[in-house]
Design a protein around this ligand. Structure first.
Ligand code: IFM
Length: 427
């Protein structure tokens, strides 16, 4: 396979999932600290207190990246490390950590790709209503300003948010993620404020980092109907799950099918503000994992990962073709990967043939999309390390490096060797 010149090969992580050191150097409490320490919210009572201890072991983790031969690393900044109470007093030690991380990446010739918000909101802001409070647009813009002022000379890639759909629905509709709210009206208000925060932070990032690429990361499932009788259902599911976020960002409007369906749930939201959301972007980040089939009979067995997510590489291909129709800016696959129950390491390696097959098939689908004319500029595996998989705690391993959570030792999986060889052959 041949990939475009200067294609970005990377791995992705996020702050709460790997950093640990939650009480160190002045970091404030996040909603995930609070949520994971609340009984019954996370599998086995797991939490991110130590996680992969990346806060202390980042030089070792950068060496793992060098072993892979990647040229880009996507990470997120923990807002409560920078502003322990979400706003007001800045914690310089928090900024210093990301300074060190960025410098160490640059020394290793790896581009730092920074996501501002990957779900660890300062608890102090949640106490003021969190994303449901419209004032958060200003709080987020101030935070974006502080981070990009400090790192803008060295970080050339910023995503405002990771996965708005998960923040809004999993955190505020289903209550399965922090802050654990179950309220449809709040969930759509949150979604609206997230979109507005994105669009208002972009000019600030442009000002502070004039040469940087600025964009956003959305997760999308490929939605299909099992048969004709489920077609309308599939259109609606796609409109709510994917287009509720993509359409304002790329077209400046909410999808009418979903607006009609949601009816009074949306009352109090000025839907015309979607127009303001479609600010020009330099990239569109797509996280792809699975297909959703509407009307699928439970006995029709599909290949699943341990998350019970259907493995469907063609879905990536189809979603990329659709983004081309949307005239999206250049696309980066900002996450793709799989959790499987890995066996313990033997002789210094973990054999994970299913993950290797998953990555291989998705890279093939990605390549086909590029051949079909879709402008894709990069691909990031989720994830570098096994880590804190939110409500599933440490029971779901997505890493291409195995982490022994007793000793915190990192051990390569076969997929790490596969990815290294793939990059070497195709770069
Ligand atoms: O672990 C998450 C990540 O934080 C966001 N995207 C999906 C991954 C797997 O669930």
């Amino acid at each position: 396979m041949s990939f475009p010149q200067d294609f970005w090969w990377g791995v992705a992580t996020s702050s709460y999932q790997i950093e640990g050191a939650v009480r160190e150097d002045g970091r404030g409490e996040s909603i995930w600290d609070r949520f994971s320490h609340t009984h019954g919210k996370v599998w086995n009572g797991d939490n991110g207190d130590i996680a992969c201890d990346h806060y202390h072991r980042y030089p070792e983790d950068i060496r793992l990246m060098q072993f892979l031969g990647i040229n880009a690393y996507r990470f997120s900044v923990a807002w409560p490390r920078i502003l322990p109470y979400g706003k007001g007093q800045i914690n310089s030690k928090g900024l210093d950590f990301y300074d060190r991380l960025v410098d160490c990446l640059l020394e290793a010739d790896i581009r730092p790709c920074l996501t501002l918000y990957h779900w660890d909101l300062p608890q102090a802001l949640q106490d003021l209503g969190g994303w449901a409070n419209r004032d958060i647009i200003g709080w987020f813009c101030d935070y974006a300003d502080i981070v990009s002022r400090r790192l803008g000379d060295r970080v050339g890639w910023y995503a405002t948010f990771n996965e708005l759909e998960v923040i809004a629905y999993r955190g505020h509709l289903q209550g399965l993620h922090a802050p654990g709210i179950q309220d449809a009206k709040i969930a759509y208000q949150v979604a609206h404020h997230l979109l507005l925060s994105h669009s208002q932070a972009v000019p600030i990032l442009r000002e502070n980092a004039p040469h940087a690429s600025i964009g956003i990361v959305l997760n999308q499932n490929y939605v299909e109907a099992a048969d004709e009788s489920h077609e309308e259902e599939a259109i609606l599911e796609d409109a709510i799950k994917n287009r509720w976020f993509m359409d304002p960002i790329l077209k400046g409007e909410y999808p009418s099918e979903a607006v009609e369906h949601l009816g009074t749930i949306l009352s109090g939201i000025d839907l015309t503000e979607a127009k303001q959301v479609a600010v020009p972007l330099d990239f569109f980040g797509l996280n792809y994992y699975m297909r959703t089939v509407m009307g699928q009979h439970p006995s029709q067995k599909l290949p699943m990962t341990q998350m019970e997510w259907e493995v469907y590489p063609d879905g990536l291909y189809y979603l990329l073709l659709r983004l081309k129709d949307y005239q999206a800016p250049p696309i980066i696959i900002t996450e793709n990967g799989a959790a499987y129950p890995d066996p313990p390491p033997i002789d210094g390696v973990v054999e994970d043939p299913q993950r290797v097959a998953y990555l291989e098939k998705h890279l093939d689908a990605l390549h086909r999309a590029i051949e079909a004319g879709v402008d894709v500029r990069g691909y990031f595996v989720w994830s570098l390390l096994d880590n804190f998989e939110w409500r599933f705690g440490y029971s779901r391993r997505f890493g291409i490096f195995y982490v022994d959570f007793q000793t915190l030792q990192r051990i390569p999986k076969r997929s790490a060797y596969f990815y290294r060889d793939f990059i070497e052959k195709n770069a």
